[in-house]
Design a protein around this ligand. Sequence first.
Ligand code: ATP
Length: 446
Amino acid sequence: MSNPDVMDKLVSLCKRRGFIFQSSEIYGGTGSVWDYGPLGVELKKNIKDRWWHAMVRSRDDIEGLDAAILMHPRTWEASGHVAGFVDPLVDCKVCKGRFRADKLEDAKCPQKPSKQPGQHDACALTEARQFNLMFKTHMGALEESASIVYLRPETAQGIFVNFLNVQQSMRQKVPFGIAQIGKAFRNEITPGNFIFRTREFEQMEMQFFVEPGTDMEWFEQWKAMRMQWHLDLGLSKDRLQFHQHSAGELAHYARAAFDVTFDFGGTLGFQEIEGVHNRGDFDLTQHQQYSSKKLEYFDQVNNKRYVPYVIETSVGADRVTLAALVNAYREEAVEGEAEGRVVLGLHHAIAPIKAAIFPLTKKDGQPEMAHAILNDLRNSFTVDYDETGSIGKRYRRQDEVGTPFCITVDPQSTGDQTVTVRDRDTLAQERVAVGSLKAYLAAKLV
Ligand code: ATP
């Protein structure tokens, strides 16, 4: 049985609870661009931090980088994006809709949404033409062709052009990698499915430079390590799959490619969230040729020079955020209550708020005690304070945004300096001494 479609419910929850808003909403919104609100920015940051830790901080053989979005325009000629980063596009002369010619089956006819474009009697589709997905802008005061620059459609090229800078400045030896997180822009023809396909998004990419001949061994290792990362993020095993690129799907220079796909449920189903690619020496060789600068590695031990091969892991921060939200969303009945609860069962490490503190009533010193606990915990965890509405309502509010623990100060607390801690998933409540709260939470929040 396929997983249910929770997208509409999530879009509404994300807006209502401050995760994700339509960009420039008061002006009617910008097409397929989204803003992360207070809880969304924490969630996405936690995901990026986990990636950065796994890829950079916890390893000696990968260095971090933050390259500029605007690059020399020759970069995109060398990378093949000026000539080849195109999708076939068709227009409907009647409804003025634009569609990807190769993805018509995924699109809905604006005049008759139950059909795909071209299937309705009134459709008049044009011949397909090639459309470059890169956003163009101008650098400097003159808007002339010589000043054209592009908003990068991927972060990878910033890594390739800095290959020797990083290797030499950090005295790295092949095999080693360079990783970065940053914005990328694609003028997608058919964006949609919330933050799944947007025109401005964030990528987390790592290029691992290896000696030719050792590439397939590294490719297999990275494939396994990247799948494990998604599992460690809490994505369900049965919602994750590899998709191997067939000979027809492979880029002409690619030696092997697998996508990590996640089951988003409903009609969207399994879709790519990450690509793991063996790119051979294509990128460095191209940049060598276009820049006329050598991008070779000198192996001092064996006294030989070569252009390394590259194993790339490329994952979208927004797509993983969406996968984490879809994976976490659940509706549950609650014993003894007419209304059920909505829970975001997010992995503790990525939950935007780790603990919420409530005084049971607004008197008898309870708010003061709750505030003191809040201020003490604040240095270690993201915390929230709530004193409005019944305790049941306050629990529901936190469940809905994925807060793993709710701490309640009650009449007993002011006397014996203990509080109750309620677990989001098991609903179990424990009495914990205020003095041990930090250690209690730290042990649980792993
Ligand atoms: P797709 O086939 O879905 O267009 P792609 O194969 O073009 O993706 P890559 O170029 O390999 O994607 O980019 C690596 C990752 O960047 C993807 O796995 C995805 O997570 C993310 N990504 C790519 N395009 C978008 C987009 N328009 N919006 C959000 N994330 C994206």
